[in-house]
Design a protein around this ligand. Sequence first.
Ligand SMILES: [Zn+2]
Length: 353
Amino acid sequence: MSRYAIVYDEKLKEYDLGHVLKQDRYQIFINLFKQKFGSHPDFEIVSPSYATENDLKLIHTEEYIRRVEKCESKDPYDTPLSPGFVRGTKLLAGAGKLAGEVVQSGKYEKAFVVGGGVQHATRNHEKGFGVFSDVGICAENLMRNFGVNRILIIDTDAHAGDGIYEIFSKDSRVLFISIHQNPLTLYPGKGFVDEIGEGHGKGYSVNIPMPPGSGDHTYEYVLNEILIPIAEEFMPEIILMVDGSDPHFTDRITQMGLTLKGIRSIGSIIGQLASKICEGKVVDFIGSGYSDSLQIVSLGWLASIVGVTGIQIELEELKPISRDINPNNGLKEAVKIVRRVKNKLSHYWKCFN
Ligand SMILES: [Zn+2]
């Protein structure tokens, strides 16, 4: 039996916004995946179904679903709605839900949602290329229908996961950690250290704004200082990851400094953490990346898969790493940010006392 599910269907090509997010990315990724892993017995491509009305209602309001179905967008520049795109976003939501189910039920140890990781959409607002929250639906379905009580969401996409934050900020069953480029320098302008959740969820959201240009070692440092201790104290039953390729140094819309090795290393840290605390259960949403080259975007997604699963294969950069891309970039500032994050959360977590 295969251990890992790649959740994907060709119909995802309708998830195309006509701007930096175009459909070619999915096919190019699948081609590369097949080239590298085509006959690997540990992997299986699993086709999702469209999310049903009830699936969407796990997170979204009925009024919102109706408005989206009429293609009346309130974010028409970034997230224009068309019937095909709306179908695409329902497919992605279905993919997120299925990925959570096959991992939680033990059918697969890990699942990868190709094109997934809607970060900015809220319960009633489409935003930043996303409409229906695949991550939110995945988590809420596990809590409501699978008896899961503790979920860790770790989001290392270059943008802050402000939508995911808003959805779960009052819920202490979901520990949400977002590591992202300083929101003073990048969309969505949210995700500061003092955003730590509200009400019952206070202390269960962690926002780590990183200096632009942060390199591989800087990310590793932050994960080791914040993610590992808090996760070991929280003891999630499953880990959801939102990553993708937009922290890669070639990205056109962000300014971070990760190499493929760094993306792989993030995956590896999280994969090993999952083995230690939650029987290896991981759902990884891989969707972002806006390099000129979709080959690079695909390689970033593959680097995440390789890191999380620990499979040994070589991945080579397609563009030379210039001298200003240093793995320690941003480290000095990150040390200070980590200190501020720990101070802010020390009241809620013993590990930060
Ligand atoms: Zn992003």
